[in-house]
Design a protein around this ligand. Sequence first.
Ligand code: ATP
Ligand code: MG
Length: 426
Amino acid sequence: MSSPIQSIRGMHDVLPEHSALWQQLENSVRDIVQSYGYREIRMPIVESTDLFCRSIGEVTDIVEKEMYTFADRNGDSLTLRPEGTASCVRACVQHGLLHNQQQRLWYMGPMFRHERPQKGRYRQFHQVGVETFGMNGPDIDAELILMTARIWKKLGLKNIRLELNTLGSNAARVAYREVLVAYLSAHRDVLDEDSLRRLDSNPLRILDSKNPFMQSLIESAPKMMDHLDDESRQHFEQLKSILDAAGVAYNINPRLVRGLDYYCKTVFEWVSDNLGAQGTVCAGGRYDGLVEQLGGRATTAAGFAMGIERLLALLEEQGCKHEDYADVFVVMQGEAAQTQGMLLAERIRDAWPALKLQTNCGGGSFKSQIKKADKSNATIALILGDDEIRQNRVAVKHLREQMDQILVEQKDVVSALATWLKKNPE
Ligand code: ATP
Ligand code: MG
């Protein structure tokens, strides 16, 4: 026998024992963003490579070394999406969703980056993304942050903090960049190889360096905050005052620059200390220039993306488990009972669609079926054998409590279940 094929390094199966927690998280996020009026958009997983080069930026980690890029059979260069914002903007421009309109959109799905796999960092990972278009005030920035805070509350996530910064308008950023490059160039001897490379292409990213030998240099670097234009300053002050009024705590972090080129003004991250180096669970900000950069008419925009795997790791670390359970398991003995049991199960499902009801398939002795019932986590077993069929009855057995088994008329089984399960058909 040849050896079994394994999944690709850094790309993981979500096994049934975990999928319930995934679904719970996905449902919570979906419910909240939709309650704020956000509508779902679904984009393809593969796009033209050019889309990401033009949006994320040629000199970013993602474009330089993390993309899954390949030639299509006709020679076109395609890329598995490393993030969703670029695709979302592409789709909006392509379908005219931005013309004289505001949009609140969200999406969920896999992203692909060829990074070194480690805890919280995978090659296929999943994001929920939210993008808004056509709203230029700090109010929408605040809404995005308040909405994420509500999501954490609903999930019961603790110990995550909000880091906030502003990158200023594009013009102010260009001016600040010059000041920063002058400062860094004067200290070339302290810069590491990565930083030297970025000095010309993406100097703001140097502020994000984790290199311990560069920390004091970075601490003393000129701050964007001191080079803001009036409009950005006002925007940032207003955002802070909304957050203050809403009681959302934040930490101003002048080093927060985000890895992607397209951000301006507000940038934020939600960070946990419980996930080691991979502590950022959600990141976003304003990207007013991107739509135009991708060929659309100038449109202001802001959004964020959260990493599902990291949120799940945090939930699990905090002891959150989602028990998958069944309510009822139908045990059937004999050929007649087999058919009758399936039909009874169908009638119960008609009357009680939300009930979790599983039937025994594949035969087996009474004992082995009860074992399966127990393993299914069901609370109650319905038992059908020849005697029960003859009498149009079904035996009801409690699997979790010491209670006498009872016989009920098949037509009364739904109300008997409601009593025993202590809940009602919705
Ligand atoms: P990091 O600094 O951790 O590499 P990033 O700045 O590259 O993050 P973004 O592109 O802003 O991340 O993506 C938003 C979120 O998606 C991150 O905050 C994180 O939660 C998640 N994320 C990004 N890359 C990965 C990955 N390789 N594996 C798992 N989650 C990821
Ligand atoms: Mg990254």
